[in-house]
Write a protein that binds this ligand. Structure first.
Ligand code: ADP
Ligand code: ADP
Ligand code: SF4
Length: 591
């Protein structure tokens, strides 16, 4: 089956010479393989006449075409197609009773389309975009089973849904008022008191929504979703901005919910997905062109296949190389000259007090910064960069810092290309930076897009690229993993490491995704304390020692998967958990 997709945003007929039409071999032979629309000037591509030569893809100056060959057997699995050369979705995930169903894969592959279908907001057209869509045809194509039964209920209007949106950072622009007022209004299940305590937001009820931090917004959004009385809950990235302790709290709340209602979760923190989900659908395909949901599999098998980059049942490679985890002996130990050093720091900010022991970061070193929210991680790094005064202690000479904040409030009108030019000048266009960062993060694909229209993940990639592209001694990236899918996180980790190694600079990476921290860090700066009250920084330590300190503070143990060697969170109070805690081995390198 041939799939020809036009990326409508990229296609700019006023800025080209209809190269796709001019060079298409069937067109040259008199066939109407590509017909230019008389109104929009954009091409309509006939999939039956296209021979898949790929010439139009290469000739298009704006990279607007995708032509791919898919296995014929998928034809009957097409659930929806937006238009002749629009995005198409194959198969659907199944909301299951008594089980948390996870979705693993990049954004832009149709999960919102799938949610809309499962919630009844979109009647799938099974690929016939010109015809009248109807539920009976959809139901008739499905084999007997849970999904079919579920869609019968959807058709009959018996299913209600509640959705936790991905971009909680945009909530303050849309909702105003006090947290408590908002939550009381949506409390259809009468669980206000229980849930605000369980989410740890009971002390924020009088706070204005506009004053909340990212993690607080996330927990409020979870509260607002779970208080609704729905049959199915779609939770899109519930862990962003939460520290690991809060992530585990969400895991418990969602698992409890799944005992009564259906829950589907999109989660890119694989350590969290691993403990949270019972079953996982992997979604793969080509961004903006097509997305294919695999049947659900046991979580461990699905995550291992995803990391390996190969789906054996589908016989499909989804990534060139596996994502691999290093044992502690494989890590480099040598460090360059110090870039910044500090000792006995103290800083009072309102009622919050930060303290730090003695430490240093070196050239070509990436320091992972971990610890609970509100314990002063950002404050400390800004002190090291000379952006904040300190009350006591010492810091070596100010180092110049390039900073990527956690929140990317970018209300700018121009294109990504313009943004890069204005921030970095011409140097992003070529050389190692272009290869290691711009292309590796897929920013080259976003150049004509308007910054305002970028998705959360796309904005994150551009912001990381800009941070790494600036001239500085120290790079501070605050939660670079937010909104990136698991593969993109690994690409970002590699881009950060390569930039530091190539330029012999140092980076601090604040993040809560343990897989990401494991892959990006040479060493760990560990924060302990109570959020908003006091924080103490120790380190940087060697990675394993740092992880041990950090995880003992949050009382979570990790073992290793015997096949993939990835870290896996132990079930609390399981035999392994107790054994490892007793031995002080919170981040074990053995299975
Ligand atoms: P995800 O939620 O995984 O990011 P979506 O389901 O939102 O993916 O979108 C998948 C693709 O479908 C995108 O390329 C998007 O442009 C396209 N798409 C989404 N909604 C529409 C629509 N109403 N009309 C045409 N194309 C759409
Ligand atoms: P983290 O990065 O670990 O989440 P931060 O360094 O952002 O923590 O903040 C630590 C604490 O300091 C928070 O409780 C925050 O509310 C408080 N804080 C930060 N800046 C100020 C300020 N300018 N005035 C008063 N309190 C502040
Ligand atoms: Fe024409 Fe298809 Fe070749 Fe594109 S890939 S030039 S549409 S035949």
């Amino acid at each position: 089956m041939r799939v020809a997709v036009l990326k409508v945003d990229n296609c700019q007929p006023k800025k080209c010479n209809d190269e796709c039409h001019a060079f298409c071999p069937p067109v040259r032979n008199g066939q109407e393989c590509i017909v230019m629309d008389t109104k929009t000037g954009k091409p309509h591509i006939s999939e039956s006449l296209c021979i898949g030569c790929g010439i139009c893809i290469n000739k298009c100056p704006h990279d607007a075409l995708i032509i791919e060959q898919l296995p014929e057997e998928l034809e009957t699995d097409m659930i929806h197609r937006y238009s002749m050369n629009g995005f198409r979705l194959f198969r659907l995930p199944t909301p299951s009773k008594d089980q948390v169903v996870g979705i693993l894969g990049p954004n832009g592959m149709g999960k919102s389309t799938a949610f809309n279908a499962l919630s009844g907001r979109l009647v799938p057209n099974l690929g016939d975009w010109k015809g009248e869509a109807d539920w009976d045809s959809v139901i008739a194509t499905l084999p007997r089973g849970e999904l079919r039964d579920f869609l019968v209920e959807v058709k009959e209007g018996r299913i209600s849904v509640a959705v936790k949106p991905q971009n909680v950072d945009r909530l303050p622009q849309r909702v105003k008022g006090k947290v408590g007022d908002l939550l009381r209004k949506v409390d259809e299940r009468g669980l206000f008191d229980e849930l605000t305590v369980a989410l740890g937001i009971d002390h924020l009820l009088e706070r204005e929504i506009g004053q909340l931090s990212g993690g607080e917004l996330q927990r409020m959004a979870m509260g607002a979703t779970l208080l609704r009385d729905a049959d199915v809950y779609f939770l899109d990235e519930p862990s962003s901005y939460l520290d690991i302790h809060e992530r585990m709290r969400i895991v418990r709340i969602v698992q409890k919910l799944a005992a009564e209602r259906r829950v589907i979760v999109i989660e890119h923190d694989l350590a969290v997905l691993d403990v949270l989900a019972d079953l996982v659908h992997i979604v793969y395909g080509t961004k903006g062109a097509f997305g294919i949901f695999t049947p659900a599999r046991a979580t461990r098998t699905a995550i291992n296949a995803y990391l390996d980059g190969f789906l054996p049942e589908q016989n499909v490679r989804i990534r060139d190389k596996p994502i691999a985890f290093l044992g502690h002996r494989d890590r480099k130990v040598e460090a360059g000259a110090p870039v910044v050093s500090w000792g006995d720091l103290e800083k009072q900010l309102g009622s919050f007090k930060l303290e730090a022991g003695e430490g240093a970061v070196h050239r070509a070193e990436v320091v992972g910064v971990v610890g609970p929210n509100g314990t002063g991680k950002s404050t400390m790094i800004k002190i090291l960069a000379g952006e904040h005064e300190y009350d006591a202690g010492w810091v070596s000479d100010d180092a110049k810092i390039s900073y990527k904040p956690q929140h990317l409030d970018l209300d700018m009108d121009g294109t990504v290309q313009l943004w890069l030019d204005s921030e970095l000048g011409p140097r992003w266009r070529s050389g190692e930076f272009n290869v290691n960062v711009i292309r590796a993060l897929g920013v080259d694909q976003l150049l004509p897009k308007r910054v305002r229209k970028l998705s959360g993940g796309e904005r994150q990639c551009v912001a990381i690229a800009i941070c790494l592209g600036r001239e500085a001694d120290v790079y501070l990236l605050d939660e670079p993993s937010a909104h990136l899918d698991a593969s993109a996180r690994m690409e970002a980790a590699k881009a950060i490491r390569r930039t530091m190694e190539t330029n012999e600079k140092a980076a601090f990476v604040i993040d809560h995704d343990v897989y990401f921290i494991d892959i990006v860090s040479d060493s760990l700066l560990v924060f302990e304390g109570e959020g908003g009250v006091h924080g103490r920084a120790e380190g940087p330590f060697e990675l394993r020692e740092g992880m041990n300190r950090f995880l003992s503070g949050v009382n979570i143990t990790f073992r290793r998967d015997h096949e993939s060697k990835r870290p896996r969170i132990n079930k609390s109070e399981s035999r392994k958990d107790r054994e490892q805690r007793n031995a002080g081995d919170y981040y074990s390198y053995s299975a």
